[in-house]
Each structure stands twice: as structure tokens, then as C-alpha cells.
Design a protein around this ligand. Structure first.
Ligand SMILES: Nc1nc2c(ncn2[C@@H]2O[C@H](COP(=O)(O)OP(=O)(O)OP(=O)(O)O)[C@@H](O)[C@H]2O)c(=O)[nH]1
Ligand SMILES: [Mg+2]
Ligand SMILES: [Zn+2]
Length: 386
């Protein structure tokens, strides 16, 4: 299909002059050592973090310059820009959907460097402007992302020493657990809730594999979140239970679907729209440690309206992107008690006369929710065992 030519954002016709400008020194960053010890991290780390790792060498630090085109006021001009949304990151390329087709785009170096420093790299869900860069046999092959729009919201975690934005411009995070295979990890749900709220995203808690719930684990866990006012749903990709509710939840919204590996995230999306044909893990593979069926976050447009980002499963979620003092803000049930703590800077961990701890003892706060808070406060990086 021919690329659209009528992009209103294209800067055609504007005159400009060329200017050589030096790279700013603070855009440089030290070369990073590879951290081989954390090889056990999620599959996603390798696909995204290593692929986009900046490799700035000291060579030519003082002399590096770039050519830009500026208007009379010195504002940078860029010709023939198209806009689109990033639907996947694959190696060095961002796949950008402009409504007509998917463009493989590289990220302009200077933008990439700056974004890295701002901890604000291009990610799935980003609205971008890109310039067509390469043509072969009359067919445009790829683009270069020149601008990234400010994000309305973002789901972030730390991946080793980097900040990894899982998805941007998302309304809600559907946090999926399963009643069995694997067993539910409420602490991981709590981490996703904190990461979502901190990024301006509404959490929705989903308990999948209800068909395997002989032990009755599902309902009491969901109830924990229901009483806090979060939307919850129970589902089964096998029996179809809850799929209509999930459709209702996803309809017309931008969502990210997240949780442990093997809980059935991709299976649920296949149930919502069977022709998606997302790859799902087989049961034998799921028992092997570190197996991830979905390896890259991918933005999927839904026929019922809206879109959803399917993400690879995680074992743990490092929330150290959230300030320590901010964590308590994302525990809704703590809020009425916090003003009654003796110390105004009470962290609700070791202090005496803590009203939050008193509320736990009085049965007003779920003890595991409180324990979740303490773990996040003391070990924001998290471990697989929780
Ligand atoms: N019994 C049962 N099995 C399910 C259900 N949903 C998914 N499964 C099975 O669970 C396994 C994992 O499903 P996936 O959809 O690949 O899980 P995922 O959460 O996408 O996993 P990752 O992509 O690795 O993060 C597959 O064997 C599915 O058939 C369910 O509701 N009930
Ligand atoms: Mg999957
Ligand atoms: Zn307190």
C-alpha cells in the first residue's frame, strides 16, 4: 500500500537554513558494563534493554557535531513527518503503525541518547513522528523516529539499572493471576497495582484459570481488591467464563495485560478475539524454569474498539522507579489512618504509635496487603519468591 502523503504534520514548504551544532556533553553517558549475573531476568530484558543499549564511545567526544535545519527563530525544522503509534520494539527497530501500514523505524540517535538520560525511551504505545529514511526499488523501507509525544501515562519497572517503560499511553492495566499453574502471587498483584497507579494507570485485577480452582483460591484474593474499589474479574480461557466481562473492560480503552508467565494472558486475548492467534505456551514448557511464551510487548488493535498491549510474563517486578515515600500513597486503605500516626514522617514499618499498624491489628487492613507494603518499602527490587 502506498504511504500516505497528506500528513498534516509534514513540514513541507517551510524554508530553513543548515546549522552545525555540537552535541551537548551532558547527552553523553558512560559506557555500561554488561551485567551477566542477572541473566536470569525476564526474556523481555534481552529483547529490549540489550538491543537498545547505548554504546557511546569516548571517540570524538569534543568534536562531534550534527547538522540541523532551523527556521528564522532557530527552531529545528523536520521535513515530511508522518505520525503513528509504536506497536512493538524489535531489536533496534520500533514498529510504527501509521494507520496504513507498519513501518520499521530506527530511533534518531540524539533522541535516543536524550531519552535514555530522561529515562524516557521510545516504547510500545508511544505516539511518534517519523521521517521516511530509506527507499529501495521504489518501496520505502524504513523510517527514523524524530519526535516522541509526551506520555499521558506509563507502566514502568526497573530492569537491572535501567528504567524500562513496558507501555505508554495506557488507560488501564489488567493484572492477571491464575488460581493454579502457576499459583497466585498476591504480592506481585500489589506490585503491579503500585506501578500502575504511580504511572497514572487504573488497575483491574483478573483471576484466570477458574476451571482449576479446586482449592477456592480465586474469590478471596479478588475480594481483597474489590473492597478497595478496584474492578475485578474471574475468568477461564478454557471454559470461556468471564470473557464477555473482559471484552466489556477492554472495549474502547487502551490497556496493558500483565502478570506472571503462564497465567493465560495471551490465551485470554485469543478468547476475546480468536483470529489474533497469539502464541500460547504448552503445559510442559510452562514447568521449565524461565520459559516465556510471549517475548515482546505488542500492541494489538481490538475489533471491539480500543487496543491492548500483550506483555511477556514476569517473575518479579522491580518498583524502585517509585519513590519510597510515594509507595504508601498507592495503598488506598492506608489513607484514612496515616494522619493518626504519631510521627508525621512515619514509614509504617518500625515506628511506634503507627496508626496503620494499629489498623492492621484491628482487622481494618488486610495483613498480606500490609506485608506487601513493607516488602515494597524495604526491598523495592523484589524477588521471585514472593
Ligand atoms: N486450565 C486452564 N488453562 C489455561 C487457561 N488459560 C490459559 N491456560 C493455559 O496456560 C498455559 C499458558 O497460557 P499463555 O496464554 O501462554 O500464558 P501467558 O500468560 O501469555 O504466558 P507468557 O506469554 O509466558 O507470559 C497454556 O497452556 C494455556 O493453554 C485457563 O483459563 N484454564
Ligand atoms: Mg503470553
Ligand atoms: Zn505509620
Amino acid at each position: 500500500m502506498a504511504p500516505r502523503k497528506d500528513n498534516p504534520k509534514a513540514g513541507k514548504g517551510r524554508k530553513g537554513r543548515k546549522l552545525r551544532v555540537p552535541f551537548r556533553r551532558n547527552r553523553q553517558q558512560p559506557r555500561r558494563e554488561k551485567d551477566w549475573t542477572s541473566k536470569a531476568h525476564e526474556a523481555e530484558d534481552f529483547h529490549i534493554d540489550d538491543a537498545l543499549e547505548e554504546r557511546v564511545t569516548p571517540k570524538g567526544d569534543l568534536s562531534r557535531q550534527r547538522t540541523i535545519i532551523v527556521d528564522d527563530e532557530g527552531n529545528e525544522l523536520i521535513e515530511d513527518l508522518r505520525s503513528g503509534v509504536v506497536v512493538a520494539m524489535r531489536g533496534l527497530f520500533a514498529e510504527v503503525d501509521d494507520g496504513d501500514r507498519i513501518w520499521p523505524c530506527t530511533v534518531r540517535r540524539i533522541l535516543r541518547t536524550r531519552r535514555t538520560e530522561e529515562r524516557h525511551r521510545v516504547t510500545v504505545g508511544d505516539q511518534v513522528d517519523f521521517r521516511v529514511a530509506k527507499e529501495a526499488e521504489g518501496v520505502v523501507q524504513e523510517g527514523v523516529i524524530e519526535r516522541v509525544a509526551d506520555r499521558k501515562s506509563q507502566l514502568r519497572r526497573r530492569a537491572r539499572r535501567r528504567v524500562h517503560t513496558i507501555a505508554a499511553n495506557i488507560d488501564q492495566a489488567v493484572i492477571v493471576s491464575s488460581t493454579a499453574e502457576p499459583d497466585p502471587k498476591p504480592h506481585l498483584i500489589d506490585r503491579y497495582i503500585v506501578a500502575s497507579l504511580a504511572g497514572g494507570i487504573t488497575p483491574v485485577v483478573c483471576m484466570n484459570k477458574m476451571d482449576l480452582d479446586d482449592r477456592g483460591f480465586g474469590a478471596p484474593i479478588l475480594e481483597r481488591y474489590e473492597v478497595l474499589g478496584y474492578r475485578t474479574l474471574s475468568s477461564s480461557a478454557v471454559t470461556g467464563e468471564g470473557v464477555d466481562v473482559l471484552k466489556e473492560v477492554l472495549k474502547g480503552k487502551s490497556s496493558v495485560i500483565a502478570g506472571q508467565s503462564g497465567v493465560g494472558k495471551s490465551s485470554l486475548l485469543n478468547a476475546v478475539q480468536p483470529d489474533l492467534n497469539l502464541q500460547i505456551g504448552d503445559i510442559v514448557e510452562q514447568t521449565q524454569k524461565g520459559r516465556h511464551t510471549t517475548s515482546t510487548a505488542t500492541l494489538i488493535r481490538l475489533r471491539l474498539g480500543g487496543y491492548v498491549v500483550d506483555t511477556p510474563g514476569v517473575k518479579s517486578l522491580d518498583i524502585s522507579t517509585v519513590e519510597k515515600g510515594e509507595i504508601e500513597v498507592h495503598f488506598l486503605e492506608f489513607q484514612p489512618h496515616i494522619p493518626d500516626c504519631k510521627f508525621p514522617d512515619c514509614t509504617h514499618t518500625h515506628e511506634t504509635d503507627c496508626a496503620v499498624k494499629a489498623a492492621v491489628e484491628a482487622g481494618l487492613i488486610h495483613p498480606e496487603r500490609y506485608e506487601s507494603y513493607v516488602r515494597m518499602f524495604e526491598e523495592p527490587w523484589g524477588t521471585e519468591n514472593w
